[in-house]
Each structure stands twice: as C-alpha cells, then as structure tokens.
Design a protein around this ligand. Structure first.
Ligand code: ARG
Length: 460
C-alpha cells in the first residue's frame, strides 16, 4: 500500500509551487483573522526556510512522506513548532494539489508554447531560405504537382500554429484558482478567494467547490494539444526520414542530427526524426490514459486523480526534448536542389496540360482525357511528355498548338497558382506574412507575450 500510495517521486517537482501556494494561504488566513499578523509572519519565514532546505536536496530520495504536501508541512512544523499545524486550517490536500498543479502548469504551458513557436520560426526561416526550389507535391505518395519546397515546409508549420491555439485554451482553463474549495464543500472561514487568486496570479476563482477539486479538464485539453503536437511532429519526422533516404535525397540533415552505424560506414541515420516519430506514441498514450482515468469518476474528489500529474509531466517533458532537437535539425538541414529538380517528373505537369486545353474552351473532362492520352502516348513512345512533337500531341487532341510547350515549365505551373494558399512566389510571401500574423494571435490573448515569429532570413 505504501508503494501504491506514494506520489512523492512524481509530485516532488511541485515543491516550489506548494510553498508559494502555502505562503499565499497563510496570508489568506491572516486576512480572515485566523492567524495573527505575528503568526502569519512566522509561518511565512518558516516556509521560506523550508524552501531553502528543499532547494538544497537533490530529490525526494529517503524522505518518508507520501507526497510533497506532507513533506512541506512536516518541515514547517520543524521550523516553527506547533504553530505550523495552523497552516492547514480550512484547506485540504485536494484543493491544495489542484492549485499547485495549476501553478506549475501555467509556467509549463508558456514554456511549451515558446518551444513550439521556435520550431515554427525555424520552419519559416528555412522556407524563406529555400524560395525558388520546386519539388514534387505528393498525393498518395505519388508525384502530383510541382510545389515550392518552402510551401512543403510551411505546410508543417501551420498545424503547429493550431497547436498553439490549443495551448492558449488550456492555459485559460488552467488559470482558475481551486484553493478555498477545501476537501469538497468549500471553506468555513472567511477566506477572500478573489484576493487569494490575485495574490497567486490566477485570473478567476472556481465557482463550485465540488468541481473545484475534481476538474482536470485543463489537463486533458493540454494533453490533447501535446498529442496533436506529437502527431504533427511525427508526420514531419516521417517526411524527413523519407526525404533524407538515398532514394529521395531531397534533404540532408546536419551531422549533429544524424548518427553513423557501428557496423556500416556509409550510414547517416536520421535518428532525430525517428526518435521524434517514436516519442509521439507516448504523447497519444498519455491523453488516452488521462481520459480513461477521468471517465469513471463519481462526484467529488477521488484518489484516481493522483494519476493526472505523471501523464502531464511526461508529455511536457517529452516535448521539451523533442521540440528543440527538431528545431535544431531544421536549422541545420539543407535541401539538395539538384536532386529535387532531377526527381521532379515532367508528368507532374499533366494537370497543367489539361488546364491548357480548358483555357481554349475545352470542357475539363475532355481535357483530362486528352492529357491522360498524352501521358500514355509518351509512355508508348518511351519519351517524357514534353519530348513529344506537336504532331504527336495534335494526334491526341487538335486543341494543342505551338505554345503548348510553355506549359512544360514547373515554374509557370507554380506561378499560375497565385490565390491565397497557392504556390506562386507572391502567394508564398503573403503566406509567410499570414503565418507571422497567426503566430501573434495564437494563444496571445491571455495578457502574456505571445510567441514571436521572426520571419527574416536566418541562414541557409
Ligand atoms: N497526493 C495526492 C495527489 O497527488 C494529493 C493528496 C490527496 N490525498 C487525499 N487522500 N485526499 O493528488
């Protein structure tokens, strides 16, 4: 039972938040007339002394208590004597732990947003540095149409901007003070909860003491965000694994982000991407685990909730390692322009060939059939489509004229798509500006500095 009961190894990292919450609670008790000014002062100094003792410890090893709250209380009593026993008046570990966890999470979510923003920034900087490179855009992992490599990079940045919105929402939900909810029925002493919230930097107080001690929705929302970031990062990682293979050769990762093999001298393994992809499993798992813990809970506080912290800590810790590594990989990676342009098959312009006929008034379905027939004719002749003669093309459809050969330029194709979200150079510029705008909006409405996006050039 002791081993099952003990959460200290997990909640040890909340010690500073527990001290902070306790000092605020002591001030609250003083305002409520439960502690005299002198008592509150002695408790405050005692908690400061406890903080110094805890700071000097490297971890919870050897401490006999079950959780961090009981450690702090025992040490406070050692510091100030029986007076320390007054601190827990009107408070329960139920509202205490809910408060500590939120105090921790508010900082953690802000740091996490900064790490996500850094990856977005690295992708945007790399996109800027690679304008002019056209690569195949894929559907079904088959070459589909030409797209700027910058467009691909930015397609991996936008999902992360959406993640920032999830984190902003989790932060707002987290910014509610549970302290004063007691064990489940609130506090019988005249605690000014609004003042307590202001003291601890919470935007609001919880409005139902039962919900106050049992609400972990913010944590589930945070874990949804981290799971989504895991999925997004994993998809991008898969691109990197694929594109850095010798079969593609589009991307070269920096030496610091690849490893050799102990056996095969030629290997440059994309470990950073594989590890990022692999780590997404636990990010998804932690979300599912949390929802599973929450779903069966009856009304009020239930000890199952102790499981909340390990999941959240693990997901936040995981991304604290994965995101900077991937950001560094993006900074250090280079695109092999020659390999990319060699890989770009002329058939990726078959759609443009159909669109050419459409511009002469041919219905799209007929134009589509004609372009497909051109592709087949080229295959039959053992040539690339742009090597067919005008006669061969006109044999397929009389709508083709001399200027059809202008279609066989991927730059013309990309430039023809100039609308919002499109592939032309001008559309790409507007996309980068829109990304910077979205970054300053995403999650920036909590009154704190939003994640910044520097779109200036930052190296090849
Ligand atoms: N250690 C618990 C947690 O981490 C807090 C203590 C609540 N325990 C209790 N018996 N009410 O959530």
């Amino acid at each position: 039972m002791e081993a099952l009961n003990r959460s200290l190894d997990v909640d040890w990292r909340l010690w500073a938040h527990d001290i902070r919450g306790s000092r605020a609670w002591a001030r609250g008790l003083e305002r409520a007339g439960i502690l005299s000014r002198g008592e509150a002062r002695r408790i405050d100094l005692g908690l400061a002394a406890v903080a110094r003792r805890l700071e000097a410890l490297s971890g919870p090893e050897g401490l006999p208590e079950e959780d961090i709250h009981t450690v702090v209380e025992r040490m406070l009593i050692e510091e100030v004597g029986d007076l320390g026993g007054k601190l827990h008046t009107g408070r329960s570990r139920n509202d205490q732990v809910a408060t500590d966890f939120r105090l921790w999470a508010k900082d953690a979510i802000r740091a996490l947003r900064g790490r996500v923003a850094a990856l977005v920034e690295a992708l945007a900087a790399k996109a800027r540095a690679t304008t002019g490179v056209l690569m195949p855009g894929y559907t079904h992992l088959q070459q589909a149409q030409p797209v700027p490599a910058a467009h691909w990079l930015l397609s991996r940045a936008w999902p992360l901007v959406r993640d920032l919105e999830h984190y902003g929402a989790a932060l707002r939900e987290c910014d509610v003070l549970p302290l004063g909810s007691g064990a489940v029925a609130g506090c019988p002493f005249a605690i000014d909860r609004e003042a307590l919230a202001a003291d601890l930097g919470f935007a609001r107080v919880s409005r139902n003491s039962i919900d106050g001690v049992s609400d972990r929705d913010w944590a589930a929302r945070l874990l949804f965000g981290t799971a989504m970031t895991g999925v997004h990062v994993s998809q991008f990682a898969e691109d990197l694994v694929l594109f850095s293979s010798s079969e593609f050769g589009f991307v070269r990762l920096g030496d610091g982000h690849t490893t050799g093999s102990s056996l095969m001298p030629q290997k440059r393994n994309p470990d950073v991407a594989e590890l990022a992809r692999g780590k997404s499993g636990r990010l998804v798992g932690n979300l599912v685990g949390m929802l599973t813990v929450l779903k069966g809970l009856p009304t009020g506080y239930n000890r199952d909730l102790q499981e909340d912290k390990e999941a959240v800590f693990d997901s936040v810790d995981t991304l604290a390692v994965v995101l900077p590594a991937l950001t560094g990989a993006v900074d250090g990676m280079s695109l092999d322009r020659a390999r990319i342009s060699r890989a770009l098959r002329p058939e990726v312009l078959a759609t443009d060939l159909a669109d050419y006929l459409v511009r002469t008034g041919v219905p799209f379905r007929e134009a589509h059939r004609a372009a497909a027939a051109v592709v087949r004719a080229a295959e039959g002749a053992g040539k690339d489509i742009h090597r067919l003669t005008l006669e061969q093309m006109r044999a397929v459809h009389p709508g083709f004229s001399e200027d059809v050969f202008e279609v066989f330029d991927p730059v013309v194709s990309a430039e023809s798509r100039g609308g919002a979200g499109g592939t032309s150079a001008a559309a790409l510029e507007r996309q980068l500006a829109a990304l910077a705008g979205a970054m300053s909006e995403a999650g920036g409405d909590d009154g704190n500095t939003p994640p910044r996006l520097v779109t200036g050039p930052r190296g090849g």
